[in-house]
Design a protein around this ligand. Structure first.
Ligand SMILES: C[S@@+](CC[C@H](N)C(=O)[O-])C[C@H]1O[C@@H](n2cnc3c(N)ncnc32)[C@H](O)[C@@H]1O
Length: 275
């Protein structure tokens, strides 16, 4: 659908994530010690919508340092995670050992998954929050997911809702302002001097350039259907994991607007069956 405007997209994004993976692993946000002690970190809607994964093979592309991948293994799945960051993958392997969980983690580009997995197809392809903006070719991604999924198997996707990226939160008096176009088909080359990460705003980082794209809901759903999946549901969720607006209040689910405020979807999830 959209091509990267810079050949640097791969190396810049890789450097960005390779630097952040160790920061994330030791962050309060990811709470690895709590997770190792048994805390559930998969979102309640993911657990409910995914149903039983016991005994199923599960592929998790863009798995970061593997916490969610291993979370599904705790529920009985035989998991394979893949990420292009060598740091993230070796951390995932170490985390599996520390947790005493059997898992396979591979290092490479998401588009190379069929080759990296030697043609293996999975009962479930799970892709988690914060993965899609890093893709430069959504059509090719959906085709790759279809290749990774066994016939009759499922693609389950949870992602931040693109409508939330339309708004910013300039001041406490104006906590929600429509600022960006929803139909923004540009690939964002952000050569920003913004250090840190969502998991640790104050972390000192030197690889801060990223190349990202917010795909619309229509683009995501259409790419999945066109690649050979049948959509089974699309759910929108009225809470998120970050306080990106001062109007968002901390609740036991994450962050949400107060009941009296206008509410917008901030995450979505879908399941599609491979035809
Ligand atoms: C926001 S993180 C995913 C977060 C994950 N859902 C979690 O919370 O643990 C995005 C991940 O995508 C990976 N990634 C980005 N582009 C990729 C690519 N082309 N191939 C493989 N992995 C990629 C990054 O290394 C990073 O680990």
């Amino acid at each position: 659908m959209s091509q990267p405007s810079s050949p640097l997209w791969y190396s810049d994004n890789l450097a960005f994530w390779d630097e952040r993976a160790p920061i994330h692993e030791s962050s309060e946000f990811y709470g690895v010690d709590r997770w190792l002690a048994g805390e559930e970190h998969l979102r309640p809607f993911e657990l409910e919508e995914m149903g039983s994964v016991d005994g199923k093979t599960l592929f998790h592309p863009q798995c970061h340092f593997g916490q969610d991948t291993l979370g599904w293994a705790r529920h009985g799945a035989q998991v394979t995670g893949l990420d292009f960051s060598p740091n993230a993958v070796s951390q995932a392997q170490r985390l599996a050992t520390r947790a005493g969980i059997e898992a396979r983690f591979l290092c490479g580009d998401v588009y190379e998954a069929p080759t990296l997995c030697d043609g293996q197809q999975f009962d479930i392809v799970y892709t988690g929050l914060g993965a899609l903006p890093w893709l430069h070719d959504l059509t090719k991604w959906a085709e790759t997911m279809a290749q990774m999924c066994a016939a009759g198997g499922h693609l389950y996707l949870a992602e931040f809702h693109p409508i939330a990226s339309v708004f910013d939160s300039p001041t406490p008096e104006l906590p929600l302002r429509a600022h960006n176009s929803y139909f923004d088909h540009e690939w964002h080359d952000t050569a920003e001097d913004m250090t840190g990460t969502y998991a640790d705003r104050d972390a000192a980082t030197s690889n801060n350039d990223t190349h990202e794209h917010v795909w619309t809901l229509g683009e995501v759903v259409t790419s999945i259907i066109t690649a050979g999946f049948e959509l089974q549901f699309l759910h929108e969720h009225d809470y998120t994991l970050y306080q990106w607006s001062t109007a968002l209040e901390r609740t036991d689910r994450g962050y949400e607007f107060p009941p009296e405020a206008a509410r917008i979807p901030m995450m979505y999830s879908l399941r599609a069956q491979k035809r």
